[in-house]
Design a protein around this ligand. Structure first.
Ligand code: TYC
Length: 107
C-alpha cells in the first residue's frame, strides 16, 4: 500500500516511492504511580475526567497501581500523553495530593 513500483525513475527512487509515505507515530505510555496519601476516589476521578476512562476501568487501573506500585493508563502520541499528564498533575496539585504519573516510550 503506497509503495507500488512505477517505471521511469531508473532506480534513483526519485519517482518511484518504495517506502510507505506515512509512518505510524511513536507512541508513549502513561503510567500511574502509587503513593500512600492520594485517596482512591480521587485517583478514579482523575482517570475518568482526564483520561476518559469508565468508572469501572478507572477503578481497575487505580487498584492495580495501589497493589502493584504502578499501572498503565493508556498509550498515546507524545503530545496527547504530555497534555493529559499535565492536566492530571494540575488536578492533583490543586487538591494538594502527591499523585504522580510517568510517560515512557512504548516499546
Ligand atoms: N494508595 C492510595 C491509598 O491507599 C491510593 C492510590 C492508588 C494512590 C493508586 C495512588 O496511583 C495510585 N489511599
Amino acid at each position: 500500500m503506497g509503495d507500488v513500483e512505477r517505471p521511469g525513475d531508473g532506480g534513483t527512487g526519485l519517482v518511484t516511492r518504495k517506502k510507505p509515505k506515512v509512518k505510524k507515530p511513536d507512541m508513549y505510555r502513561v503510567i500511574l504511580l502509587n503513593d500512600d496519601f492520594t485517596p482512591r476516589e480521587f485517583v478514579v476521578e482523575v482517570l475518568v475526567t482526564v483520561f476518559r476512562k469508565s468508572s469501572a476501568e478507572a477503578y481497575k487501573i487505580m487498584i492495580r497501581a495501589h497493589r502493584g506500585g504502578h499501572s498503565t493508563v493508556s498509550v498515546y502520541t507524545y503530545d496527547i500523553a504530555v497534555t493529559k499528564v499535565n492536566q492530571a498533575r494540575k488536578m492533583a496539585k490543586e487538591a494538594d495530593y502527591p499523585l504522580q504519573f510517568a510517560v515512557e516510550p512504548d516499546k
